[in-house]
Design a protein around this ligand. Structure first.
Ligand SMILES: C[S@@+](CC[C@H](N)C(=O)[O-])C[C@H]1O[C@@H](n2cnc3c(N)ncnc32)[C@H](O)[C@@H]1O
Length: 286
């Protein structure tokens, strides 16, 4: 599969920069995957770093992916089903942005398009041009990140979008917008479920990112821990990422959970002394 991508298309990678994205942790996540499994479930999809790795490495892998952010989920289906119209719309954004980036950015941020294409191209455009490529909404669900400082942002990134569209079309991927708990209905014995929820803050003052108009609370973490136990009794393999926080290690302190503290570098730097290292938890039942 990798070779096929080398020849005709670029290797697909996340089409949005997403807070908590796992691209830099792929090698360690890969080492922690079970050798064999049935369907791959990813109920906190975000930018889907592990999903794309899965699709490239495991040809024909059946996947079931979901997220609560409806605009994000819509983007995956738009890229899969309507790539040409999407690229056309993004090119329009690019042209207008080049004329007057500031006023165009804020006019699009304020807009509320109804069509599938316009909604998706707005999300990708804002993600490419906003400060830090963050996705953050207020309590009313309104995107509220200011304009970023870029001289020449890659708004269209056509090769990657085509490649993502191609792999989603040719693979067995089921895409849904829903709360993570619904995974219990579908996952069966031998399936793998990877949970990468919004992280538990490590301190009261830690920054919290709102991916949807509903924050991920301590109660949600409790719901997730209970769900993990139910999936374990069903015979599913469960892998979970979270922050190195006491709340999380307390909730997963008993059998069957094995907790690994892993080093997560926030930025890639050839000089290891300049890396800003911190620890995260990787928890699994196998
Ligand atoms: C840490 S991000 C996932 C990052 C992803 N692994 C990546 O590589 O980009 C967490 C995701 O969970 C989603 N989310 C938040 N609450 C949710 C819920 N109750 N059910 C399902 N998804 C939820 C957010 O929209 C966000 O995309």
């Amino acid at each position: 599969m990798k070779q096929q991508y080398g020849q005709i298309l670029t290797i697909p990678k996340p089409f949005v920069k997403w807070a908590g994205g796992k691209r830099q942790l792929i090698p360690i996540l890969n080492e922690n995957l079970p050798k064999t499994f049935g369907t791959y479930f990813e109920p906190f999809l975000g930018g889907g770093a592990l999903l794309f790795h899965m699709l490239i490495e495991h040809n024909g892998q059946k996947c079931s992916i979901s997220d609560l952010n409806s605009d994000l989920v819509l983007s995956y289906t738009t890229i899969r089903d309507r790539i040409e119209s999407l690229i056309h719309s993004l090119k329009n954004h690019e042209k207008n942005y080049q004329k007057d980036s500031k006023s165009y950015y804020y006019s699009i941020r304020e807009s509320n398009p109804r069509s599938q294409i316009e909604k998706t191209s707005r999300l990708i455009f804002l993600n490419r041009t906003c400060f830090n490529g963050l996705y953050r909404v207020n309590s009313k669900g309104k995107f509220n990140v200011p304009l970023g400082k870029y001289t020449n942002p890659n708004i269209v990134n056509e090769d990657n979008l085509r490649s993502v569209g191609h792999i989603l079309q040719s693979s067995r991927v089921d895409i849904k917008c829903r709360d993570f708990e619904f995974v219990l209905r579908d996952a069966k014995k031998g399936d793998l479920v990877y949970f990468d929820p919004p992280y538990q803050p490590v301190s009261d003052t830690a920054n919290f990112t709102s991916y949807t108009n509903k924050d991920f609370t301590y109660d949600d973490l409790g719901r997730l821990a209970e769900l993990c136990i139910k999936l374990d009794s069903k015979g599913c393999r469960v892998l979970l990422s979270n922050s190195n926080s006491k709340e999380v290690s307390d909730m997963f302190s008993t059998k069957p959970w094995k907790i690994n503290k892993i080093k997560a570098n926030r930025s890639i730097n050839s000089n290891s002394k300049k890396r800003t290292g911190h620890f995260e938890l990787l928890i699994k039942n196998y």
